[in-house]
Design a protein around this ligand. Structure first.
Ligand SMILES: Cc1cc2nc3c(=O)[nH]c(=O)nc-3n(C[C@H](O)[C@H](O)[C@H](O)COP(=O)(O)OP(=O)(O)OC[C@H]3O[C@@H](n4cnc5c(N)ncnc54)[C@H](O)[C@@H]3O)c2cc1C
Ligand code: SF4
Length: 547
């Protein structure tokens, strides 16, 4: 039964992939659900035309930047992530892939369930809800990837990505509006994709199947209350029941306010952390440290994975074709058993990420690579000053570039802790520790070099990879890994938090292995599975705890 002594049955913190699946499934089961989301709500017409409109693209509310995209710099990694009603789906590139079966045999979730037997059903559900289909809008960047793959002898691995995009029927132009095509009339009307490449700057054409068009839309329609611009700052057990058996108190503040933070208090019987790998880790580390949730496993912040990624690419100054056309991630290839490369693009005019790109340099990480890079820059500027300047200046970067997103299933992880840093002595912030993650994937670099030569372009990489030996990723995972006990992880195989009742984590933080593919579909599928174990509200079990 619903608990009428609390404001809500469940409060979900975060409205990304895990949070939206949770909100929809719990509402469907008859629970009273609230979703607290620190990001803003977006409509198609509010998205910026390009990412130079930085105040509507980037999220740093204290600097009056109230967009939906964020970059955080750590000693070991640069992390790109989303922040909005709909979480990362608002800024993501729509690519929804099923990982190889082998990932379930790696990491601390191995053996906790018969994953290979159970997961296909949950992937199917997530695929249906997110409207995943094969990309039909191949752009010049995709044809170029195919050409480069053929030249490298791996052309047979080329595939069109599976994307969550509403595409026009075969033979019809994009841009036509249809009544809800996915949920038998229950969902919103949608417009077909025009292949503008703008997915990561927000789809202005109502074609992208972001979560506010499916899971979250249905959750809200069926009664879930979504509190936008609301950051959760505290969660503590109610009525002196230390294990949360009597419910939880949730304290929030307005995330976009400068001074008047509008503190609020809510109560709920069950709580779901779905604030993304970074957000949930940060919040739980703080709550454990300040004594609100002291029984959390000491594993919070451990085994954070970067999906073994590297962002490189090719820029073709003066390219006759517009490489920004197509869907943000339109195709992919496998250059060996472990290494997967996708062709990524930003829309024409969205060049604000351009300053992060520089000439690709090999060599050993550290000072040697920096010297090599400086030598390469100097040599290149002396020999081809105009060509080099045209490869490095940001204007035209999106139109002239293909980004290669390289991912590996190989293992490797870091840990995150709260630390007071010399440059920010006023409070503790999340900081990474552990062994360095390799910045370069040599075989991917080689591929980029050959691809650049093929098209007459320059191979590029991220300046942070060269100067600071720090890889960049949009796919941070782990930090609250799924495991058999609190000594090894933070949640059990049903996403229940060790040490508390009716407390769950449903986001990328519970994933226990590098997937080698983009993770959002897996986050949805794992959450779908967790939700099947929660009974309908009429038979609620308010003493659900980790085995
Ligand atoms: C540019 C870019 C492109 C990407 N492309 C792809 C792709 O093509 N395919 C793919 O699979 N993945 C992609 N990703 C990654 C994908 O976005 C993430 O893996 C995914 O969104 C993670 O889902 P999640 O449920 O863990 O959390 P998220 O979707 O990140 O949602 C978490 C939400 O919680 C909110 N939150 C955090 N802390 C609090 C708090 N204290 N209180 C209230 N709310 C809070 C955040 O604002 C956020 O909206 C991309 C990411 C980026 C940045
Ligand atoms: S390519 Fe353009 S129209 Fe298609 S989903 Fe992406 S942003 Fe929307």
């Amino acid at each position: 039964m619903s608990d009428s002594n609390t404001d809500f049955d469940f409060i979900v913190i975060g409205s990304g992939f895990g949070g939206s699946v949770t909100a929809h499934r719990l509402t469907e089961k008859g629970y009273r659900v609230a979703v607290m989301e620190m990001g803003r709500r977006w409509r198609a017409e509010d998205f910026p035309a390009t990412n130079w409109v930085i105040w509507r693209w980037f999220w740093r509310p204290r600097l009056a930047l109230r967009g939906f995209f964020n970059i955080q710099f750590f000693r070991h990694v640069v992390i790109l992530h989303g922040c909005a009603v709909g979480g990362g789906s608002i800024t993501y590139a729509n690519t929804l892939l099923v990982p190889p079966d082998s990932v379930w045999q790696k990491g601390s979730w191995a053996g906790l369930a018969d994953w290979n037997a159970e997961m296909p059903l949950h992937f199917q559900t997530a695929i249906r809800m997110l409207g995943v289909t094969e990309n039909r809008v191949l752009g010049p960047a995709d044809h170029f990837l195919k050409q480069a793959a053929d030249a490298a002898g791996v052309g047979h691995t080329f595939y069109r990505t599976s994307v969550g995009v509403f595409q026009a029927p075969e033979g019809e132009e994009g841009g036509k509006t249809y009544p809800d095509p996915y949920f038998g009339g229950e969902g919103p009307e949608r417009t077909t994709c025009i292949g503008c490449g703008g997915c990561m700057v927000g789809c202005r054409y109502n074609a992208k199947n972001s979560l506010d068009k499916n899971y979250l839309y249905l959750a809200e329609k069926h009664g879930a209350q979504i509190f936008a611009e609301t950051r959760v700052v505290d969660v503590a057990p109610l009525n002196g029941k230390a294990d949360g058996g009597a419910g939880y108190e949730v304290l929030t503040e307005k995330s976009t306010a400068w001074l008047a933070r509008e503190p609020r208090r809510f109560t709920c019987r069950g709580i779901v952390f779905a604030a993304s790998a970074l957000g949930t880790m940060d919040l739980l580390l703080r709550l454990k440290q300040k004594g609100s949730l002291p029984a959390l496993s000491d594993q919070v912040g451990n085994r954070v994975r970067t999906n073994a990624e590297s962002l490189i690419g090719v820029r073709v100054p003066g390219c006759r074709e517009d490489l920004s056309k197509g869907i943000a991630i339109g195709s992919g290839i496998y250059i060996d058993d472990h290494t997967h490369i996708e062709a990524v693009r930003y829309p024409a005019g969205s060049d604000a990420m351009g300053p992060l790109a520089t000439l690709l340099t090999g060599g050993q990480p550290g000072r040697a690579r920096i010297l090599l890079w400086l030598r390469l820059l100097a040599w290149s500027l002396l020999r081809h000053p105009i060509r080099t300047a045209r490869a490095l200046h940001p204007f035209g970067w999106a139109r002239e570039s293909v980004i290669f997103l390289c991912m590996q299933t190989l293992d490797g992880h870091i840990d995150m802790r709260l630390r007071r840093r010399w440059f920010w002595p006023f409070g503790k912030i999340l900081a990474s520790q552990g062994k360095k993650i390799p910045t370069f994937i040599p075989q991917a670099n080689e591929f980029a070099r050959k691809a650049a030569a093929l098209i007459g372009g320059r191979p590029m990489s991220m300046v942070t990879e060269i100067l600071f030996n720090v890889p960049g990723t949009a796919h941070v995972l782990g930090g609250c890994p799924m495991a058999g006990s609190a000594a090894e992880g933070v949640v059990d195989s049903r996403n229940r938090v060790f040490g508390y009742q009716n407390m769950y984590i449903c986001d990328g933080s519970v994933l226990a292995a590098n997937l080698g593919v983009n993770p959002s579909l897996t986050i949805c599928a794992v959450t779908e599975r967790a939700m099947t174990h929660i009974p309908p509200a009429a038979e609620a079990n308010w003493h659900d705890s980790a085995a």
